[in-house]
Design a protein around this ligand. Structure first.
Ligand SMILES: NC(=O)c1ccc[n+]([C@@H]2O[C@H](COP(=O)([O-])OP(=O)(O)OC[C@H]3O[C@@H](n4cnc5c(N)ncnc54)[C@H](OP(=O)(O)O)[C@@H]3O)[C@@H](O)[C@H]2O)c1
Length: 324
């Protein structure tokens, strides 16, 4: 079968003919129909970390149809998806025509969502949903002030905007591409679009004007430090990404003087209950027309070239890899 494979550390991946998936790698065999390209896939495709076992088929998202199942939970023909759980890092992922996966992390796609749309959602949408659920679980209500979404035109950001606005939050979208993406971000549900440059530099003051009731941050580094410094008393900030950097040059003052909460969101190791809850939420709440408007589709043969685009922030929304 055809697959995109990382053969060794620090080397870009290659599209190869490879053998069928190993029986030991999971109790369910999938005919893969789609995958997607996330920021993390961009790093892996370019040979810049992520992969921890070689050779490995890349692709952290897998969407397919069950072809064989030794699990009671899944039957031949079921449409399923798997996000993270080590795919494309320590076990074979979704950039291949077939994949063998563990039923433990596998989720049946809600009937309202097509297989291509499930791939468009992918890890980015799954993570955005985990972030939105975290805000709700921590008591953030739509009347609790503006919710800032950073990295707004990216995968996690664009889907977080849509989910939050559909829940009634007033969403402010922060982007480096305001001139070209404002109309798009408004169509997803952003009430306001602002320039990300105001968050990019080292914090001028550890406590700034209180602007945000909550925030979903894909950027980290100075951006997250500024967001913390601008969050209102009692507000909640979800940290899910590191597009600017993994550092956090902040102070404790927003925590001890404004009682704010900083909470993490992790998709890779999400337990089964959270996976089921997030996908049920997506099935009920995501605007699928908006999802289609932010999705581009490529073939397996075009996927390696996308790495450079996503790593330079030139992709808008989501890129689906059509495999079947
Ligand atoms: N925790 C998890 O489980 C999890 C899951 C998925 C993703 N992530 C992380 O979340 C982040 C976003 O992922 P994604 O798939 O949404 O990526 P993406 O589609 O590439 O979007 C990232 C966005 O971040 C902004 N950006 C890029 N470089 C920047 C910089 N130097 N400074 C400020 N903003 C910058 C850009 O938005 P604008 O053009 O709008 O400015 C870009 O579109 C990544 O760091 C990824 O690794 C984590």
């Amino acid at each position: 079968m055809r697959a995109i494979v990382s053969h060794s550390e620090n080397q870009p991946a290659q599209l190869n003919e490879v053998g069928e998936p190993d029986r030991e790698s999971g109790d369910v065999l999938l005919e893969v129909t789609h995958s997607s390209v996330n920021f993390k896939d961009g790093l892996a495709l370019a040979g810049r970390g992520i992969v921890r076992r070689w050779p490995t088929v890349l692709g952290i998202d897998i969407v397919g149809t069950v072809a064989e199942s030794a699990s009671n939970a899944f039957s031949v023909g079921d449409r399923v998806t798997l996000n993270g759980a080590g795919a494309g890092e320590v076990r074979d992922g979704g950039f291949a025509e077939r994949a063998r996966v563990s039923s433990e992390s596998l989720i049946r796609i809600p009937d309202s969502i097509s297989s291509s749309q499930a791939a468009a959602i992918g890890t980015a949408g799954f993570t955005a949903t985990i972030a939105v659920l975290a805000l709700a679980d921590l008591g953030v209500l739509p009347d609790g002030g503006d919710v800032l979404v950073t990295g707004a035109a990216g995968g996690v950001g664009s889907l977080a905007i849509n989910l939050l606005s559909r829940r009634g939050y007033r969403v402010v979208a922060s982007t480096g591409r305001a001139a070209e993406q404002s109309a798009f971000l408004s169509s997803l549900g952003a009430a306001e679009v602002i320039d990300r440059s105001q968050f990019s530099d080292p914090i001028a003051h550890p406590l700034q004007r209180e602007r945000w009731g909550a925030a979903v941050d894909s950027i980290g580094s100075h951006t997250l430090a500024n967001v913390l410094a601008q969050t209102r008393y009692g507000g909640v900030v979800v940290s899910n990404g590191m597009a600017q950097g993994i550092d956090l040059p902040a102070t404790v003052l927003p925590f001890i003087l404004r009682a704010i909460t900083l909470v993490g969101a992790n998709s890779v190791d999400a337990p089964r209950g959270l996976r089921e809850r997030a996908w049920a939420t997506l099935g009920d709440e995501l605007d699928l027309q908006a999802l289609d408007s932010l999705t581009a589709v490529v073939g397996l043969g075009d996927t390696i070239a996308i790495a450079d685009e996503i790593l330079h922030g030139r992709i808008r929304g989501r890129t689906v890899v059509q495999i079947a």
